[in-house]
Design a protein around this ligand. Sequence first.
Ligand code: 16G
Ligand code: MG
Length: 545
Amino acid sequence: MPQFKEVSKQSGLHPKPAGLVLQYGTAGFRTNAKQLDHIMFRMGLLATLRSKKTKATIGVMVTASHNPEEDNGVKLVDPMGEMVTPTWEGYATQLANAEQEDLLAALQDIIKKEAINMSQEANVFVGKDTRSSSASLSQAVLDGVSALGGHSKDYGLVTTPQLHYMVCCQNTQCKYGEATVEGYYKKLCQAFIQLTKNASNCTDDQKHLTVDGANGIGALKVREMESHLKRELHISLFNDGSKGKLNHQCGADFVKVQQKPPTGIKMNPGERCCSFDGDADRIVYYYADSEGQFHLLDGDKIATLISTFLKELLTQAGLDLEIAVVQTAYANGSSTNYLEDTMKVIVRCTKTGVKHLHHAAQEFDIGVYFEANGHGTVLFSKAAEEKIQRLAENSSINDERKRAALLLQNTVNVINQTVGDAISDMLLIEAILAIKGMTIQQWDAIYSDLPNRQLKVKVSDRRVIDTTDAERRAVSPAGLQEAIDSLVKNYREARSFVRPSGTEDVVRVYAEAETQESADALAHDVSLAVYRLAGGVGGEPKPLH
Ligand code: 16G
Ligand code: MG
């Protein structure tokens, strides 16, 4: 194969350390940046093959999201902006782990299995976050693409969702939008401004939002976007990367896990604050009340706010579209009850990991999906978008229906449907709160979270735990589920499940109950059951109190 000579030559500049084995997991490859040069080069090769196979543009994003600055990672983006398919995740792992002398054979194997026409043109979009290692690592991706004769476009510093968006724009011949960062700001901000025109008497105070940029790419991009917002949203940006370290004691993951505010921000009582993660695909909101008590509004609260808003608009517009909320087992039980019993929307539960939620959301006219950790978006089926469009253009309907149809149309445009997007989610939430004239306290009061606790247990091999029913029940090891069931019976309004982590070598334990003491005690009880029945290592888990 003519390209192989170049691959052979170039790969020598990006050698694989012998024996190093890495896995393309739920979040792509992610580890210390020092181990990733050969991975990046090879992902450039693989993206080129994927582009030839799909005859479409493929994305490669260099980021390790909420991990520490020293780490990095890489993820492939499929033609419509989705995550790459499981088969190709497998190829990514094979290619990454082929020893230097076996690289060409590994490539050949994929070409043969997928019957790839090597004379087909290839096009790859590359983006990177602000990590110090990202510049040279994204260059390694570009080297991989050119070694196989592919064309590439280097978007430089972009958020993960911005790169997903560019890929989707390109592959829809710009029907989804213009494949530039400017085009992205224009589309989202225009829709946001149209939406907020429906907010009556919005004061400057209500237009104010404090943003924690996690010292990452999201901060840079919020700055870049600000002029497009035409003062309809006043952002005070903290942790903008000028002083602090990426994700260090700040960002969405820190706030969600620690249940406390990030360092480096100024919080005034009652004011809305939000945190992005390191690649700006996650967002959580929070505020401090007049007593200084911290309140977190996570992905479940966000999903509730958005789905309630959409459902009201559908009713006002007289549109018969099926709306569903997709969650994971981590969703707070109160949110599920509220959505099912009060809101009467369909709720689905999937396994942890964005691709599972995204997939499930595609089955509905309107699928709102959020993980409790703040990753999520809304998907509209083609038919739903067309119905909304037609109604918005219909001149013979009454004013109320017309208003609702236009609101729905602009809501579709403010949303990045390719993947969870902190910037897009932020604009949507801000618009909803403004239109409803709702404070963050009122939003928080829609339902009260059940107290909950998450713990980790170290075991010798976490694969002994197998789960079913969207990870809510353990089928192995024998006796574990029965033990959990009987422990749960000791507490009121209690629920608990365990699952092997997809990103760390631990078993995760989740428990919720009527009081924090009960949730803590149940989480501890279940941790002990895991430790005893699933091969715990190190000392026995200690009670929290
Ligand atoms: C990954 C997933 C995230 C999930 C997390 C769970 C993507 C893009 N990211 O970061 O959705 O919540 O893993 O981690 O799918 P865990 O398996 O360690 O609990
Ligand atoms: Mg992220």
